[in-house]
Design a protein around this ligand. Structure first.
Ligand code: IFG
Length: 481
């Protein structure tokens, strides 16, 4: 049995009490307060799988789930005593966070009979509200089932946003009403890097992923990348290529060669149709408009484009997120620049932060999960240097970018670009174990974080991921159990 605090992300406050262990026996039952039932049912399933006991929901249950004020949107209190286990949170998301903590205290092997939970109290809440990862479906498409299994895996580490990179030069992966060729062609055979990534999400499949993620308290953030990274859209609709020239499909890894025409009204009719359709399918508050690497767009046209498009996102009820280049214009304070380069300072982002914008930190040298683990490892790119587990762990988002401090941070996101990925196994191997490191950076107090403790806690996940069928990189940095 692990210790009460042997959890990733490490909880904010832990008071172990070895005299207060709780045994989940054959008569264990769960009592859920009104509103706590859906998460209580998730806990019941986990306890049944771990013990083999029936663990029914009963009013006299000694495993209690309650809703009470004072814990913030995702915080919780967990009390393990000999006679009862009590989980208290202000919102169901906090109850769900407590369940992710509890499940890490359960034995890896299922149906283990009676299970002893380590006694004591945890008082926990996240440092940052936005704790995300990103899956690039454009360079290589992953099926709804593969995305659902990815959602299950990341939810265990209290990740609460999944950014889906749906469009790029090599592919368009979400069907848009009124623009069928975007996916008929942009999601058709031969699309993707190396042509190995065909496929697309129907509106219904996307809506199902949104619901599936919400059941695990994960908000989907859809990205339509523009004005650059649009070759797939232009192949499908040559009129979007400005001078109407026919555009050839692209399967290579180059970036920065395509641009919508900021001077044509047709561009904005297209963009508005897309934003309207994506916003209608997305209950979450954010819509990502990309904005990165617009090297084929003049600086003046880039600003013209943003001045037309940012208000469209607001008109359809969403907060715009953009890669940090969007900070070239004065952003509304509802807009969220996502910093992704490796530099130590960025004047645009600092200005946006000074003007009240919140920032998502995705410095490539610390968070890009498509970076190789080591110079000689496959798959992955290496332009931001190899990224091993220690580098993904050993940084502070509040001091990473000059003049962008704690108060300006919405949170942290670890993007996984798929140019070099060809399977769900590749996705899992690049994600685990680095995403748990970044999840702890995003959830836990900086003062509670410690590499020696983290690598020991991480080692326990080897058997857990094997039991779950999740591939992971057996980094030599970690003393795997
Ligand atoms: N930069 C590009 C991505 C991808 C990435 C691979 C951003 C915001 C390099 N843009 O990162 O499309 O190609 O590491």
């Amino acid at each position: 049995m692990g210790q009460l605090g042997d959890v990733i992300p490490v909880p904010a406050q832990v008071w172990p009490d070895p005299a207060a262990d709780f045994t989940i026996g054959p008569d264990a039952a769960i009592r859920a307060a009104p509103g706590a039932e859906p998460v209580a049912r998730q806990l019941a399933e986990l306890l049944r799988a771990a013990t083999g006991h029936p663990v029914p929901m009963r009013p006299d249950g000694t495993i209690r789930m309650e809703l009470q004020d004072g814990h913030g949107a995702e915080g919780y209190r967990l009390d393990v005593a000999t006679d009862a286990v009590t989980v208290a949170a202000e919102r169901p998301a906090g109850l769900h966070a407590a369940v992710q903590t509890l499940r890490q205290l359960l034995p890896v092997a299922g149906r283990a009979g009676d299970v002893v939970l380590p006694g004591g109290r945890i008082l926990d809440r996240p440092r940052f509200a936005y704790r995300g990862t990103m899956l690039d479906l454009a360079r290589h498409f992953f099926t709804p089932d593969e995305v659902r299994s990815f959602i299950d895996a990341i939810a265990q580490f209290k990740i609460n946003h999944l950014h889906l990179h749906l469009t790029d030069d090599q592919g368009w992966r979400l069907e848009i009403e009124g623009w069928p060729r975007l996916t008929e062609i942009g999601g058709g055979p031969g699309t993707g890097v190396g042509g190995a990534g065909p496929g697309f999400l129907t509106a219904a499949e996307y809506a199902d992923l949104v619901a599936y993620a919400a059941g695990r308290f994960i908000t989907i953030v859809p990205e339509i990348d523009m004005p650059g990274h649009v070759n797939a859209a232009q192949v499908a609709y040559p009129e979007l290529a400005g001078d109407g020239r026919r555009v050839a499909p692209r399967h290579d890894r180059a970036v920065g060669y395509s641009s919508l025409d900021a001077g044509r009204e047709q561009t904005y009719a297209f963009v508005e149709d897309v934003i309207r359709a994506v916003a209608a399918l997305t209950p979450g508050p954010f819509l990502h408009i990309g904005g990165d690497e617009a090297k084929a767009t003049s600086a003046a046209d880039y600003r013209t484009f943003l001045h037309r498009v940012l208000p469209l996102v607001a008109r359809y009820g969403k907060r715009p997120i953009g890669w940090h280049e969007v900070a070239a214009v004065d952003l509304p304070d509802t807009a969220v620049p996502q910093f992704w380069r490796t530099r130590a300072a960025d004047a645009g982002v600092a200005r946006a932060a000074a003007n009240g914008c919140q920032v998502i930190m995705s410095p490539a040298d610390r968070t890009y999960l498509d970076m190789k683990y080591a110079a000689d490892s496959e798959p992955g790119l290496d332009w931001a240097g190899p990224l091993d587990v220690a580098r993904a762990y050993d940084w502070d988002p509040a001091t990473r970018l000059a003049r962008v401090g704690e108060q300006a941070l919405l949170g942290v996101e670890a993007p996984l670009w798929s140019e070099t990925l060809r399977s769900l196994t590749d996705v899992q191997t690049m994600t685990f174990p680095r995403l748990p490191a970044i999840a702890e950076v995003a959830w836990s107090p900086q003062t509670a974080r410690d590499w020696a403790s983290f690598r020991r806690r991480l080692a326990a996940f080897g058997p857990r991921w094997r039991a779950q069928g999740i591939a992971f990189h057996r980094s030599p940095e970690i003393p795997w159990a």
